[in-house]
Design a protein around this ligand. Structure first.
Ligand SMILES: Nc1nc2c(ncn2[C@@H]2O[C@H](COP(=O)(O)OP(=O)(O)OP(=O)(O)O)[C@@H](O)[C@H]2O)c(=O)[nH]1
Length: 244
């Protein structure tokens, strides 16, 4: 049974915590501001200190869904602060910057054996997926986003590389992440641009739908297919002339 609640000034039926993760300067704050306010924070880059959050209420199937979105600092020195927040998050948006290879490499979980770990760079770069495995809930919803898709001339990570990486991440976190070709097991992926707004709203709406279906699934309802939802929404906007 869902109860209608009021946050500061907006009513909602159900509320979820979502966390933005990824290296410093991949665009986490900008993606959040684009979704919340429809604006782009250009100009001088000001790194997030610790953690911050914003709320946004969206409507999913006539239900008001409040997303409490936590924007974490990507800088290594704030990791211990952000670890404490993973436990309460129901969804994680994991970002890299398509123009910066290190931000992509730092997503990957280390596939080395424990004896190799001691000499491995994975131990020093702290792959984001390793952190998620360690601190997040086991059934957390994960989505991978390649941000700054507007910067085509500076692109170093191909769309297909992002798609491939997303297929290697199984949504139920396990100690090791085998490469899986079946799309059912990969996490959803898309490229976004906080600057132009491409796919930003879609990413958050897909997460809101997935979480709402998990929490309020009717017995007769078919399971929500987040991959299919994203593909159908992308096709809708491309057929209506919006840039992908
Ligand atoms: N061209 C372009 N620039 C972007 C985009 N998103 C963010 N930026 C720029 O990238 C820089 C970093 O953006 P932030 O959103 O502050 O990065 P962050 O991931 O929150 O960084 P931390 O707070 O240090 O973790 C800023 O100069 C933004 O203007 C985008 O989609 N396209």
């Amino acid at each position: 049974m869902l109860e209608r609640c009021a946050s500061v000034n907006e009513y909602f039926d159900i509320s979820f915590k979502v966390m933005l993760l990824g290296d410093s300067a991949v665009g986490k704050t900008c993606v959040l501001v684009r979704f919340k306010d429809g604006a782009f924070l250009g100009g001088n880059f000001i790194a997030t200190v610790g953690i911050d959050f914003r709320n946004k209420v969206v409507t999913v199937d006539n239900l008001k869904v409040k997303l409490q979105i936590w924007d974490t600092a990507g800088q290594e020195r704030f990791r211990s602060v952000t670890h404490a927040y993973y436990r309460d998050a129901q969804a994680l948006l994991l970002l890299y910057d398509i123009t910066r290879k290190s931000s992509f490499d730092n997503i990957r979980v280390c596939l080395l054996t424990s004896s190799q770990l001691f000499s491995s760079i994975c131990i020093t770069t702290q792959a984001w997926l390793t952190e998620i495995h360690e601190y997040a809930q086991k059934d957390v919803v994960i989505m991978l986003l390649g941000n700054k898709s507007d910067m085509a001339a500076e692109r170093v990570i191909k769309l297909e590389d992002g798609q491939k990486l997303a297929k290697t991440v199984i949504s139920k976190i396990k100690p090791c992440f085998p490469v899986i070709s079946n799309k059912e097991y990969g996490v959803p992926f898309m490229e976004t641009s906080a600057k132009t707004g491409v796919n930003v709203e879609l990413a958050f709406l897909a997460i809101a739908r997935e979480l709402k279906h998990r929490a309020a699934q009717q017995p007769h309802e078919p399971k929500f297919q987040i991959h299919d939802y994203i593909e159908s929404q992308k096709q809708k906007s491309s057929c209506c002339g919006a840039p992908m």
